[in-house]
Ligand binder design. Structure first.
Ligand code: BTX
Length: 330
């Protein structure tokens, strides 16, 4: 633990009272002027610290501002997020992650940004990433799994986000196949998985997470107002981004380690538990035909299990699904 994080721990524990420069310097084994310098750095990170002569220091407020330090303090992971790269404004955290990964950044490296000017979705779609409103994060992983299993990581990430939203935020999200997180039929988060691999070896995987947190409706571009939502819009309150990031990282690390050890079946079950329209009828359209059939679940490689128009069980890897189509039954 660095001196800075020890200092912040001490201040957090003594929130209700002043703690003198003298005792801080004794406990941390550094000079009083070193303490003073650290305090100034903390203020730059958005901590509000009161200093009173004769009494000492007292923390008044924690920043809702991201930085390497704010995300690291109190982060209870073993390896994920031990290295954090933060940018106030960047084209896309995915691009930085690819550069870092090519330059041998260790697995577990995280890139976060307050704002992305060219946030990316799948197949060249864009991802609106407005300043300070959400979590725009990419992580570098180096899993020893077969490249064809990589889509499982996307499904895993979706269950991690759904777990954090239900256990920590206390709302009931759904996962829309393959990887959108929905609340009340509106998109709250998206996941973008990219990798560099050879035939039978993964060099690295980059998982991008975009999660709308503190948007009010006006913070969304007009074109998204009917189809997108944020945690604040669903809970009527503001959330600390760093707390949510820490929750996501801790939950991800645990779930990912469990997956590497025990395989995909638990993730699959969990995914299906959150699956939007599982067991219900969906409207499917391929190049050749259109039909309605029940959504039965997913396969180990993330395909959608359903029935063909003649009633046989089939796996679909891509198809147009009219998820919000009102079927005759509903
Ligand atoms: P996707 O292709 O499933 O979703 C993109 C579509 O979602 C867009 O075409 C638009 O309709 C809608 N959309 C765009 N922005 C938002 C938003 N903020 N909220 C809700 N809906 C939206 C999903 O792609 C994958 C998104 C990954 C984003 C992360 S952020 C960190 C990392 N960096 C980066 O550039 N991308 C990833």
């Amino acid at each position: 633990q660095s001196t800075r994080s020890k200092l912040i721990d001490l201040l957090e524990k003594n929130k209700e009272q002043y703690i003198s420069g003298q005792s801080l310097s004794e406990v941390l084994g550094i000079s009083r002027s070193a303490i003073w310098k650290h305090m100034n750095e903390l203020k730059k990170d958005g901590y509000i610290i009161e200093a009173k002569s004769n009494k000492g220091y007292r923390i008044i407020d924690f920043p809702n501002k991201l930085s390497e330090n704010t995300v690291k303090w109190g982060l209870r992971t073993k390896w994920l997020g031990k290295r954090i790269i933060h940018h106030e404004s960047i084209a896309s955290t995915q691009t930085i992650a690819h550069d870092e990964a090519r330059n041998n950044a260790p697995g577990g490296t995280i890139i976060i940004a307050d704002e992305q000017t060219k946030g990316r979705g799948r197949i060249a779609r864009n991802w609106d990433s407005s300043k300070g409103k959400g979590i725009w994060l990419s992580m570098i992983l180096r899993p020893e799994i077969q490249p064809h299993h990589a889509p499982q990581l996307t499904l895993l990430t979706a269950t991690v986000l759904a777990d954090v939203l239900s256990n920590y935020v206390d709302i009931n999200p759904k996962i829309k196949w393959p990887n959108d997180i929905l609340m009340n039929n509106k998109k709250m988060a998206g996941i973008l998985t990219e990798m560099q691999a050879e035939q039978d070896q993964i060099w690295y995987v980059i998982i991008g997470i975009g999660l709308n947190v503190n948007h009010s409706i006006d913070d969304l571009p007009e074109g998204l107002r009917n189809i997108a939502t944020s945690i604040k819009m669903e809970t009527s309150k503001e959330w600390l981004l760093k707390d949510l990031i820490q929750e996501i990282l801790v939950t991800f690390e645990r779930t990912y380690e469990d997956y590497l050890e025990n395989g995909f079946s638990e993730i699959k079950q969990k995914w299906e538990g959150y699956g939007f329209k599982i067991g219900q009828e969906i409207a499917i359209k391929t190049l050749k035909e259109e039909w309605k059939a029940p959504f039965l679940g997913i396969t180990d490689d993330g395909a959608l299990l359903t029935k063909s128009s003649s009633g046989e069980t089939i796996e679909l890897y891509s198809a147009e699904i009219d998820w919000f189509h009102q079927t005759d039954k509903s």
